[in-house]
Design a protein around this ligand. Structure first.
Ligand code: NAD
Length: 261
């Protein structure tokens, strides 16, 4: 039996977009609860600093890092192989990296549409596709895809973002059912946060100021506040651990009640 601080001991987790925001909170959370973590991001300095910080805090080698653009298919295969080599296998994949993009249907250019799809959606396909052979080797295993409340609630100013995140939810279910039907214990779930205070919402605060941005972002949220990165990290901890062993193809909404109204 493991103690409360050891919920993912023995797990080997690969986390994308881990230099800041939700990815960094997820990395810290999993490592503090016993997992080994391999952190990637386009921001190499950022993941390098976080890995060093985690190793210092825990007093052991629990974190590794590497530069990765998640839209680069070939690089996925290299990074996953390096991670498995460093950690002794792979049992958790957290597809977290993603970007926002402003533009309604009549404004968005195809080039931008494709950029958003390649970073927010293609990356999830590459991650799942190339991680599965490794995850099969370390069952029970878990894939957690960070989607968004935007998968269910439309903001017409964010056409590409909404569409990419809705597709992530369906891709997640497809992977989950595929694994279940093959009889392999690799679960796959998506997480759908409302607004969390990270770099991705920084432009709102820069443009509108603290008070007005907070008012606008929390308008449809019954709890009347933004979420914290750890609200999402705790959900990932649950889905990465064997506590969620009967949960697959699920959409876990973390939104202060927004979906209900
Ligand atoms: N913060 C929110 O309000 C919110 C809400 C719902 C969903 N999300 C989702 O959560 C995830 C994390 O976002 P965040 O809020 O931490 O944002 P963030 O901007 O703080 O962090 C995103 C990280 O992804 C990295 N990144 C960007 N493009 C990349 C690429 N091509 N390859 C690899 N890394 C790349 C960035 O360098 C950054 O470290 C995203 O998928 C986002 O869509 C965020």
């Amino acid at each position: 039996m493991t103690g409360p601080a050891q919920r993912v001991t023995g797990k080997h987790a690969f986390i994308t977009g881990a230099a800041g925001g939700l990815g960094a909170a997820i990395a810290r959370m999993l490592a503090r609860h016993g997992a080994k973590v391999f952190l990637t991001d386009v921001d190499e300095l950022g993941v390098s600093a976080l890995a060093a910080q985690i190793n210092r805090e825990l007093g052991t080698h629990a974190a590794w890092h590497a530069q990765q653009d998640v839209s680069d298919e070939a690089l996925w295969q290299h990074r996953l192989a390096e991670a498995a080599e460093a950690m002794g296998g792979l049992s958790v994949l957290v597809n977290n990296a993603g970007i926002g993009s402003l533009g309604g249907v009549e404004q968005i250019e195809l080039k931008e549409w494709r950029r958003v799809m390649s970073i927010n959606l293609d990356s999830i396909l590459f991650g799942c596709k190339y991680a599965l052979p490794l995850l099969r080797e370390q069952q029970p295993a878990s894939i957690v895809n960070i989607s968004s409340l935007a998968a269910f609630k439309v903001d017409p100013a964010y056409t590409a973002y909404n569409t990419s995140k809705a597709a992530v939810a369906m891709l997640t279910k497809s992977v989950a059912v595929d694994c279940a039907k093959q009889g392999i214990d690799v679960r796959c779930n998506s997480i759908h946060p409302a607004f969390i205070r990270t770099g991705i919402v920084a432009p709102f605060f820069a443009a509108l100021g603290e008070e007005e941005a907070t008012r606008k972002l929390t308008r449809g949220i019954p709890m009347h506040r933004l979420g914290e990165p750890d609200d999402v990290a705790y959900a990932v901890l649950y889905l990465a651990s064997d506590e969620s062993r009967y949960v697959t193809a699920a959409e876990l909404v973390i939104d202060g009640g927004a979906c209900a109204v």
